[in-house]
Design a protein around this ligand. Structure first.
Ligand code: IVH
Length: 672
């Protein structure tokens, strides 16, 4: 195509945009120091895309528009490295490191300085630049020939498509590691879960899977980062030292790891190792060791190579934090608050220097998401001091017939019902008053100041009472006597007598406090107060079904479910009965004198929409006149007030022969 003036202007603008975008790309992806917003960056990119779309001849291989991926490949081609990509010799202890240094100095005939680098846990990649332009990228493969992954590597923003240099060598191979940073990994996995895809086991697997995509448009959506650690073949001398080479690479626009450090001798290497080991958890990428490299390139020449690895470098492994083992069982473990956590029992395995035989699976969703089954071979990971975690299942090694794990319907400790409230991820045992697993938690809550307020019963004392089996449920507290108490550690006669007096005094309480003291999940002080006021008596609360509970203002389905299930447990009812028998009491509800309360003793159910009153207003009118409003129609209901679209409650009332009032009749009854 001939160059029209118009085309010339487009070419100038395209070149300008490419340079600006490359600059901001480098600020963002290599230096972590953006100067413009994502939106501004996107606008520049869109302008360039539009220009290239209108003038396809302007598209160059180093255009940032080429980072979005290309049509899928059938297979990867082979790519031969100009210089082989060698591996590293390992040292596993300080003694071996000192031995490595001794050999180096012997061959070098002098003291040597080293460059210490984190050994990044990713995939090594060879980038080929001709006259400063990225023309090829390959995996390591067998060291001589790898796979051509150029289209994939182009999508990695920290890989310069063109070297930022006036005099780039005619050929240079830049080598480094492709990783996914921990923070990017979390986001990537969260996105995959949202989109219903299996999460990756670890950042390394995610990086490997992303680079091996035949469809580079998928790779383009993965947050890959390239860190360079050296050069392969090169037609120019870049520097006298390795640290000098890294500096040049940084100038050209590559990301060099920020913790690379030159040290004077092997003691510096040892200090670096200890320093990095301490910081391992703070780094935003996974590392599996430290690499020490002789800094002076002339000394390197003298040292040369063995068959597989250079004599001038060594990798010092950090303790592995991931291991493979077998899930022997999955056991539901009941915590102090009744939450049931599935815990995997593992064949013991050493991870990061510690033997691991259990791993939490958090909750049923997690078990499903990871699809862990009894008998599975799994990867276990220990990061820092946190509890070991199963990161992935090796599904290829799943035994035949392994079934998905199920949460039991009954508490494994006390046999009460196990439920899952609507808004919760956790399953719970609802036998809170009775369940031995919840004993400590339940008792401490029961005696606390805002509950039964039994002064002097702290954690240490409750622990002793429970351990000596003097107290199993809250009701047992009321059968303690001073003589038995004074046998406990640090409990004199006087304090025993004081405690008995405090327990005795707590017998007189209020319904709201008592309800709160029961420790029903989701029933805090305010909800306890609301329930007490609304229902007036414990019997009424215990008799209320979920619908009736939901009809209480400020009580939603979760609280209603929780309360209804709690009182449905025979064991909980037994403990409540025992508490009342032990003399725990509260004032019965005050009822208005009969002549002032024309609706006293009458039970109403409101249904449908009234024109003149909201639900709450109608309820307030009924209650002001001494009546009660409940949520469900039964034989005990006196009136059903039916507004527009009343639904099934009206039908039920008619079936039961309960009087149904329309709005006018209701108005009449309440005298308005
Ligand atoms: S230098 C001839 N430096 O470790 C020396 N390698 O076991 C070539 N690696 O294939 C490697 N971080 O994938 C070097 N800072 C680092 C590294 C590093 C990670 C990987 C690389 C290499 C393997 C060798």
């Amino acid at each position: 195509m001939s160059e029209t003036p118009d085309n010339g202007e487009a070419a100038r603008r395209a070149a300008e945009l490419r340079e600006t975008i490359a600059y901001h790309n480098h600020r963002y992806y290599v230096l972590d120091a953006p100067e413009i917003s994502d939106a501004e960056y996107d606008a520049l990119l869109r302008e360039l895309q539009a220009l290239e779309h209108a003038h396809p001849d302007l598209v160059t291989p180093d255009s940032p528009t080429q980072r979005v991926g290309a049509p899928p490949l059938e297979a990867f081609e082979e790519a031969r490295h100009e210089l082989p990509m060698l591996s590293l010799g390992n040292v596993f202890s300080e003694a071996e490191l000192l031995e490595f240094d001794r050999r180096v100095r012997e061959r070098a005939g002098a003291a040597v300085a080293y460059v210490c680098e984190p050994k990044l846990d990713g995939l090594s990649v060879n980038l080929r630049y001709e006259d400063g332009v990225l023309v090829g990228a390959a995996t390591r493969g067998d060291g001589r020939v790898g796979e051509d992954i150029t289209v994939n590597v182009r999508t990695i923003r920290s890989v310069p498509l063109r070297l930022d240099s006036e005099e780039a060598p005619s050929l240079v191979e830049v080598r480094g590691e492709v990783v996914i940073r921990k923070s990017d990994f979390e986001r990537l996995n969260a996105r995959r879960e949202r989109e219903g895809e299996r999460p990756f086991a670890n950042p390394r697997n995610a990086a490997a899977g992303s680079l091996r995509q035949l469809d580079s448009r998928i790779t383009a959506r993965r947050p890959l980062t390239f860190f360079t650690f050296g050069v392969g073949a090169c037609t120019a001398t870049l520097a006298e030292t390795h640290s000098g080479v890294l500096e040049r690479l940084g100038d050209w626009g590559f990301r060099v790891n920020e913790h690379v450090q030159r040290v004077e001798d092997i003691d510096g290497c040892l200090a670096y190792y200890r320093w990095l080991l301490e910081r391992r958890d703070e780094l935003d990428y996974e590392i599996d060791g430290v690499v020490y490299k002789v800094d002076d390139l002339a000394v390197r020449e003298r040292l040369g190579f063995t068959a597989r690895a250079p004599r001038w470098a060594a990798a010092h492994k950090l303790p592995a934090r991931e291991a493979t083992t077998v899930v022997e069982d999955i056991l539901p473990s009941v915590g102090r608050t009744g939450v049931i956590t599935p815990v995997a029992d593992l064949e013991p395995v050493e991870v990061g220097g510690v033997t691991v035989s259990r791993a939490t699976l958090h909750n049923l969703d997690e078990v499903r998401r990871k699809d862990v089954r009894i008998g599975d071979t799994v990867m276990v990971r220990r990061a820092g001091d946190v509890i070991p975690e199963i990161t992935a299942v090796v599904t290829e090694r799943r035994p035949e017939g392994a079934e998905p794990w199920e949460m039991p319907g009954q508490c494994p400790v006390c046999g009460s019902e196990v439920i899952r409230l609507d808004d919760e991820a956790a399953h719970r045992c609802v036998g809170g008053l009775y369940c031995p697993a919840q004993r400590m938690g339940a008792l401490l809550h029961f005696v606390s100041r805002r509950a039964m307020d039994i002064d002097g019963l702290g954690e240490k004392l409750v622990t002793q009472l429970v351990e000596r089996e003097m107290v199993r449920t809250a009701a047992d507290l009321y059968h303690l006597d001073a003589r038995r108490l004074s046998g406990l550690e640090r409990m004199g006669e006087k304090s025993a007598a004081n405690l008995i007096a405090a327990i005795d005094a707590s017998r007189e309480t209020t319904l709201a406090r008592f309800l709160y003291a029961l420790g029903i999940s989701h029933v805090g002080e305010v909800t306890a107060q609301t329930l007490a006021e609304h229902f007036g008596s414990l019997e009424a609360i215990m008799a209320a079904d979920q619908e009736a509970l939901e009809a209480v203002p400020d009580v939603g389905p979760v609280v209603a479910q929780s309360v209804a299930h709690f009182f449905a447990q025979p064991h909980n009812r037994e403990v409540i009965e025992a508490l009342r028998e032990a003399g725990v009491h509260w004032p019965e509800p005050k009822t208005a004198p009969a002549d002032e309360a024309p609706l006293a003793g009458k039970t109403f159910v409101l249904t449908g929409t009234l024109e003149g009153y909201t639900r709450d207003e109608a309820r307030a009118r009924v209650e002001a006149l001494g009546g009660k409003v409940t949520g469900s129609v039964s034989g005990k209901t006196d009136y059903v007030v039916a507004g527009a679209d009343p639904g099934s409650k009206r039908d039920k009332a008619e079936a039961l022969g309960v009087t149904v009032l329309d709005e006018a009749a209701f108005r009449n009854l309440i005298g308005e």
